[in-house]
Design a protein around this ligand. Structure first.
Ligand code: ADP
Length: 664
């Protein structure tokens, strides 16, 4: 086994490779760009080398710097991960030319599969079924148009150098062919520097089923079942599962054997994936081969009980495959959901920002979270906005799917819009539960997958108001604890005098909602829209233990940039605390700080009405018990009105001034 390897990648896949390397006693070297100085993969690796500026072209795609990093650290082998240089034959060659083992196939195998049309020509010779199409070299527009007519519309134009769904256009009839060809070529040129096209029959609602293959240097090749990756957006995968539902063992075997033949046709070595389209009649067609470890490899690991990264390292060291085909046993069912910082409602637009809060479901033998970020990390526009891969396993598809839905509700991310609710909708959509999958799933079920969760505000808002109150009270106590000599620490005194009814105005779903909370012993009587609910709760850290009429729930409560989020097991409730004036008990952020701690006299006002103050700004001086006390702002805000003037006597608990919080 190697002593040390370099991982020429970033994020979750680097962390994933480190995990196995560490288990095998192999030291790891990470690389990083300016954007990743404090990234998780850098922190987890034994060593890390800086390779350049944030844009990938200046760092993660710089072969020369990666090779220098490997030389400087004494790594013996280079793992490319996926993406970046993983399918770049020149990179694989540069590794071997410089004396490093490339943990992947030969540069020749990568080259052969790198062009979709070359790959198809090779597969045709190996008698692997292909989608009817044109894969010849001539790129004359008239030639392509004739090919499309011969194949029969609809057809799919694909960039031969394509990947990630780019440079692809569906053409429904000849009138739109030329325009589609132009735009596909433009996109292909921009993405891959190569605008060559192939034409294929566009299949109606096929499934994307791919087979994991593994080959060693001794000529042994096996397949490790298949993955169904039909559920996609913009031709990119969203949820993958293994094994594929409704696939009988005969078909599984036939696809597996075809995949192995495909790998052997190019003398493959290491982990690879042969992608097929499966049409509605059960006929399968070769689409392409990915000459690397796939994003979705964990679902295969969970149903086979194998560690594919370990296999990669062993094969790269020259060891034979550890298991033979007969000994590959499938057990249970696994799903992977890709959690992205992206906005499904806005055409899945990637979202950049700081992940202010991250709470993943607890990992167990059923739940695995592969991630490359932790709370406080930034999702930048330079790279893929993947937050994590949530992978679940159970004995049956039904149970695994239940776990997926449950785990998605336990995945809580603050600071960015994510696709978590969208994935939840997918996982709980009846056609998905029934396993009726196709690459058109999202388009065919827009009403099911693009809906917002139906919120029961009559249940959620009283709890939200209680969470906010407990949060405010805790903040007050923290401020008091910071200054132990201050009379403000006498929480009980002002509490006694504070009105028992706390009114909160919460803005939720673009509307203001007034909730009254009255503390009675340990409980709160909440009144919202004339309906009364009894609540109890305690807030520790981010966790709110909530009891509502005997129903207990563990929730998470966080302050966000634009308000608050209370995560119930059934989903998130986002709201802001607003400043609607509701009489003498009008709630404010930090309100309690602006009340008189005890009976006394106002001595001096230190700011004027209209002035903007920062947390800590002295606002007024009061005298109580023969001592002077300065009332300070706790939040940024504008002074609206003083309720007392110098010389006025005030009762403990009285509100001294109104401060409009800038955040509210
Ligand atoms: P890329 O390499 O860009 O990911 P692929 O060739 O792997 O492109 O295809 C990506 C997706 O496009 C497939 O998973 C499938 O959903 C769709 N697709 C590809 N070829 C066809 C086809 N001939 N008919 C229908 N859908 C197709």
């Amino acid at each position: 086994m190697f002593n040390k390897i370099l991982i020429a990648n970033r994020g979750e896949i680097t962390c994933r490779v480190i995990r196995t390397a560490r288990a095998l006693g192999v030291a790891t070297v990470a690389i990083y760009s300016d954007a990743d100085r404090d990234a998780l993969h850098v922190r987890q690796a034994d060593e890390a080398i800086y390779v350049g500026a944030a844009p990938a072209s200046e760092s993660y795609l710089r072969t020369d710097r990666i090779i220098s990093a490997a030389q400087a650290t004494g790594a013996e082998a280079i793992h490319p991960g996926y993406g970046f240089l993983a399918e770049n034959a020149d990179f694989a060659r540069a590794c071997t030319d410089n004396g490093f083992v490339f943990i992947g196939p030969s540069a020749e195998a990568i080259e052969m599969m790198g062009s979709k049309s070359t790959a198809k020509r090779i597969m045709k010779q190996a008698s692997i079924p292909l989608v009817p199409g044109y894969h010849d070299k001539s790129q004359d527009a008239a030639r392509l148009r004739t090919a499309a007519r011969t194949i029969g519309y609809p057809v799919l134009l694909k960039a031969t150098a394509g990947g990630g769904g780019k440079g692809m256009r569906i053409v429904h009839d000849e009138t739109t062919f030329d325009d589609a060809l132009d735009s596909a070529k433009r996109e292909a040129l921009a993405s891959f520097g190569d605008d060559r096209m192939l034409v294929e029959k566009y299949l109606d609602r096929p499934r994307h089923v791919e087979v994991q293959v593994f080959c060693d240097n001794q000529g042994k090749a096996i397949y490790l079942a298949e993955r169904d990756c039909s559920v996609q957006r913009r031709h990119q995968k969203l949820i993958e599962e293994a094994p594929a539902p409704h696939l009988d063992s005969k078909l599984r075997h036939a696809m597996g054997q075809a995949a192995v033949r495909a790998a052997q046709a190019i003398a493959y070595r290491g982990a690879g994936t042969v992608e097929f389209l499966l049409d509605q009649s059960g006929q399968f067609y070769f689409m392409e081969m990915n000459t690397r470890l796939q994003v979705e490899h964990p679902v295969t690991e969970l149903i086979t009980g194998q560690d594919l990264v370990e296999w990669q390292l062993r094969v790269a060291c020259g060891e034979p495959l550890p298991v033979s085909q007969e000994n590959i046993r499938l057990h249970g069912h696994a799903f992977e959901a890709r959690i992205y910082a992206e906005d499904p409602a806005n055409d899945f637009l990637p979202q950049a920002g700081t992940l202010t809060f991250l709470q993943a479901p607890e990992e167990s033998r059923y739940v695995r979270v592969d991630t490359g970020v932790s709370a406080g990390d930034e999702i930048t526009m330079h790279y893929d906005p993947l937050i994590a891969k949530l992978i679940v396993w159970d004995e049956s598809r039904e149970r695994a799917l239940n776990r997926l839905a449950l785990s998605l509700t336990a995945y809580r991310v603050g600071g960015s819009i994510t696709n978590i609710d969208f994935l939840y909708n997918l996982a709980t959509a009846t056609p998905f539960i029934e396993g009726h999958l196709s690459t058109h799933f999202v388009e065919d079920h827009r009403d099911l997958v693009f809906r917002n969760r139906e919120q029961d505000l009559t249940r959620e808002l009283p709890a939200a108001a209680l969470a906010l109150l407990l949060h405010e009270q805790r903040k007050d106590k923290q401020v008091q604890a910071a200054d132990p000599f201050s009379p403000w620490i006498h929480v009980n005194a002002w509490r006694l005098n504070e009105p028992h009814i706390h009114r909160r105005t919460l803005r939720c779903q673009q509307q203001d909602h007034v909730i009254e909370l009255e503390q009675q012993g340990e409980k709160y009587r909440a009144v919202y829209k004339g309906r009364q609910t009894w609540l109890a709760g305690s807030l520790q850290g981010d966790t709110l233990q909530l009891e509502s009429e005997g129903h207990r729930q563990r929730c998470t409560f966080i302050a966000t940039q634009d308000g608050y989020t209370l995560y119930f097991p059934q989903g998130a409730c986002h709201f802001q605390a607003t400043l609607a004036n509701l009489g003498e008990t009008a709630p404010r952020e930090g309100d309690a700080a602006l009340r008189a701690p005890m009976n006394g006299t106002v001595i001096r006002l230190l700011v004027t009405v209209g002035e903007v103050v920062e947390p800590g700004t002295p606002l007024l001086i009061m005298e109580a018990m023969k001592m002077e006390h300065t009332v300070k702002a706790r939040c940024t805000g504008t002074v609206e009105v003083f309720h007392f003037q110098p010389g006025d006597r005030v009762d403990g608990g009285a509100l001294l001034l109104d401060l409009r919080s800038v955040n509210s």
